[in-house]
Design a binder for this molecule. Structure first.
Ligand SMILES: Cc1cc2nc3c(=O)[nH]c(=O)nc-3n(C[C@H](O)[C@H](O)[C@H](O)COP(=O)(O)O)c2cc1C
Length: 360
């Protein structure tokens, strides 16, 4: 019988419980993606709250696209000493911290985004105007940027890296037939569409050595027409395992998902753990651990998730915005469900729960 407070290990990394803070744009970096005291304090509060492994907000590997203000970044070596301070603070609480590496691509939400990289420039694409189809040289540059980001992350004391290949960001767009209409080796078949992610993963593995955890977050399905399907996702996960991935977080959805089938959903008793079915099927096909995200609110149900499936870790996002100390509350015996009502009003320049805001 598994418990949510089991100690486990990923390669050499010791993990004190099965709870993961899923990547969350915290909105506390400065205008160029650099670390602020506010960001460090925020991660200290999360680490103090009992979470075993914290995945940072999406962190840009390149400044060739405009940095979204308050989004984290890691595009040059000046970030290494700043992040060392952040990782040291988290480690004081025996928590792990993994950085989520991203290129926003066509999903860049800056007011003047500059270049909007995409696998294909799609005329009339409803989510973005003016995306640039990447050349082979752009793809090489992007692969190098991810590898350099991972090397910096290791030097800065992060316990691993997570490739953001979900939710319609650049790598995810390569996986999606609707967004990727290339006719070269980076488009077409499922394996071709996955090529950029596979190449990034194997190049990072070569650069960081065999013992450093590499994770990825992927959509089990895009839940849209001409989207990535569950079978394709499973196949890509198997390929990723083959090139050295150590764990995979299963999410789903893009900005074009059908109504109520996106990334961030309303959660009711009947729709808790909304990607569990897919994550569990993928876990059956893999030897590496699967992390399941999306709509986890009740501790008793989470015990069932890890015991009735091969899913090893449970990740949560919105509940920790409302209650950074949720895991300590649960481990201290107050097992009432997370207070988060999934209103998703936490989005903003600086992410916070509207119910926690102090009166001005
Ligand atoms: C405010 C906010 C910011 C988010 N930022 C990220 C992010 O930076 N990277 C990412 O992969 N997902 C991000 N997500 C998605 C979450 O990681 C998670 O997949 C989703 O919220 C579903 O989990 P939940 O029901 O526990 O909130 C964000 C979600 C919210 C609400």
């Amino acid at each position: 019988m598994k418990t949510l407070f089991d100690e486990t290990q990923l390669l050499e990394l010791k993990i004190k419980n099965r709870f993961v803070r899923s990547a969350t744009h915290d909105g506390r970096a400065d205008g160029l993606g650099h670390v602020t005291q506010k960001l460090i304090d925020h991660y200290e509060e999360l680490a103090k709250g009992g979470i075993g492994t914290i995945i940072t907000g999406l962190t840009n590997v390149t400044d060739l696209e405009k940095i979204v203000p308050t989004q984290m970044a890691i595009y040059d070596d000046s970030f290494i000493p700043e992040y060392k301070k952040l990782t040291d603070v988290v480690h004081k609480y025996n928590a792990n911290i993994i950085v989520q590496l991203v290129c926003n691509g066509a999903q860049n939400r800056s007011k003047n985004p500059g270049v909007l990289w995409a696998p294909s420039a799609i005329e009339g694409e409803p989510t973005v105007a003016g995306a640039t189809e990447m050349t082979k040289a752009d793809i090489q540059l992007m692969k190098d940027a991810f590898v350099n980001g991972a090397i910096r992350a290791k030097k800065a004391g992060f316990d691993g890296v997570q490739l953001h290949a979900a939710h319609g960001y650049l790598l995810s767009r390569f996986l999606t037939p609707y967004f990727n209409r290339r006719t070269d080796e980076y488009g077409g078949s499922t394996g071709n569409r996955a090529r950029i992610v596979l190449e990034i993963c194997s190049s990072i593995r070569e650069a960081v050595g065999p013992d450093y955890p590499i994770l990825a977050k992927i959509n089990c399905s895009d839940f849209m027409d001409q989207g990535l399907t569950p079978d394709e996702c499973k196949y890509i996960c198997i390929l990723l395992e083959g090139v050295g991935l150590n764990a995979i977080e299963i999410s789903g959805g893009t900005a074009l998902s059908r109504a109520n089938e996106g990334v961030i959903r309303k959660v009711t008793t009947n729709t808790e753990s909304y990607f569990k079915k897919y994550a569990s099927e993928i876990a059956e096909a893999l030897n590496i651990p699967v992390i399941c995200v999306g709509g986890h609110r009740e501790i008793n149900r989470l015990e069932d998730v890890v015991n009735q499936t091969k899913i090893e870790y449970i990740s949560l996002c919105r509940p920790f915005i409302r209650e950074p100390g949720l895991i300590n509350r649960w481990s201290d015996g107050d097992t009432a469900p997370a207070k988060c009502i999934s209103c998703s009003k936490c989005f903003g320049t600086e992410t916070q729960c509207i119910f926690n805001k102090q009166a001005q």
